[in-house]
Write a protein that binds this ligand. Structure first.
Ligand SMILES: [Zn+2]
Length: 73
């Protein structure tokens, strides 16, 4: 199977070893543009990959905590 990675991070202009990240979120890039991450694959360098995992976890917890609040009220 042929790999589709180009070796360029899609989030920062870094040329690095990239990983494909399967995103489920709409993300706002550092330059303010929005990335519609729904059901798409992002090619990210290790650093951005980690940031993305963390921000997705934060989003997850925000949603989760909002749901908890709604349940208890
Ligand atoms: Zn990057």
């Amino acid at each position: 199977m042929k790999s589709s990675v180009s070796g360029v991070c899609e989030y920062c202009p870094e040329k690095a070893e990239t990983n494909l990240y399967h995103s489920n979120l709409t993300l706002t890039r550092t330059d303010g543009t929005e990335y519609m991450g729904l059901d798409s694959k992002l090619e990210l360098c290790g650093e951005c990959y980690e940031k993305m995992v963390i921000s997705e976890q934060i989003e997850y917890w925000k949603i989760h905590m909002a749901e908890e609040r709604n349940r208890s009220s």
